[in-house]
Ligand binder design. Structure first.
Ligand SMILES: [Zn+2]
Length: 303
């Protein structure tokens, strides 16, 4: 068996890319375009922490996979270009971070055709920046379904990294039986493992404590639970096979994000210096672990 390996992934999005602000059934705006047509205050809370994340990755010698909301290209001149210039993999995090399935019912919020048109536009926009084929996708809010993977495969994506198996929540249309924390080929029309299919799913890490699976890839869990559970979960998941660590540049922002609708979402209640320290401690702990981008991990899976 090959040495354990880890992919460091970064979701590049701003504070308003959350379901209660853009593109969900309970959103206070009709989407990112509607938000920009009405918002008359400062919107960019992303550029400053994103540049610090690039420096942090350089400091630890990590080449990461960035899942990027393509719409950022219209509002943050030079930011995505800076990510590409530092040699990181550019992957797709949707056109504008709207939910693709209903967070409550898991019913599709877009037709297959609409989803494919919008995602293809995002892919083409990102490819124009990096000059390479964009082959990876992560579903906004990791709300993912079997039909989404079918469409991604049709559009030429080689992998997805959205499935998070755990005992606390399930944001998919599937019961996720038979899925662990290592890469697999999903069956057609569903997320469960199948055979003879090109697209690969890179599921997230979890920590198994007496059968209770605690999500431990990073993100909100890193903000709310701290770094030791995440580190233990990554370690345990790497013993099963290749796994994924992720965070957002917003996680290390020290600014207060604007209030929208019913108030500041709890989602970003913990962030800033304390989370930067946690990200540093994870990168330090695993500094000698073999790191590959998800595109490289996909290539390795093909032998
Ligand atoms: Zn996201």
């Amino acid at each position: 068996m090959q040495d354990p390996s880890l992919s460091v992934t970064v979701d590049l999005e701003d504070w308003y890319h959350i379901p209660s602000v853009c593109g969900s059934p309970f959103s206070v705006y009709g989407g990112v375009d509607d938000f920009f047509s009405k918002w008359c205050h400062r919107y960019d809370y992303l550029s400053e922490p994103a540049v610090r994340v690039l420096d942090l990755l350089d400091e630890f010698g990590v080449t990461a996979t960035f899942f990027i909301v393509a719409d950022l290209l219209n509002h943050y001149p030079g930011l995505v270009e800076a990510v590409a210039k530092r040699g990181h993999e550019i992957a797709c995090h949707g056109l504008d971070h709207s939910c693709k399935i209903h967070p409550g019912t898991r019913e599709p919020l877009f037709s297959r055709r609409e989803f494919e048109e919008r995602t293809n536009l995002a892919k083409v926009m990102l490819e124009a920046v990096c000059g390479e084929e964009v082959v990876g996708f992560r579903a906004p809010n990791v709300l993912v379904a079997g039909w989404i993977l079918d469409s991604l495969e049709k559009m030429g994506f080689k992998y997805d990294s959205s499935v998070c198996v755990n005992s606390l929540y399930n944001k998919t249309d599937s019961d996720l039986k038979g899925i662990f924390s290592y890469p697999y080929h999903p069956m057609k029309g569903a997320l469960e493992p199948g055979e003879g299919r090109p697209i690969v799913e890179f599921p997230w890490a979890y920590l198994d404590v007496f059968g209770m699976k605690i999500p431990s890839s990073g993100g909100p869990m890193l903000r709310f639970l701290g770094s030791s559970i995440i580190a233990k979960g990554l370690e345990q998941s790497m013993a099963r096979g290749h796994t994924v660590f992720y965070f957002h540049p917003l996680d290390i922002s020290q600014e207060r994000f604007p209030k929208v609708g019913r108030g500041r979402p709890l989602y970003w209640a913990v962030k800033g210096k304390v989370v930067e320290k946690r990200i540093r401690s994870i990168l330090k702990k695993f500094q000698y672990v073999r790191k590959v981008t998800l595109k490289e991990a996909y290539m390795e899976s093909k032998g």
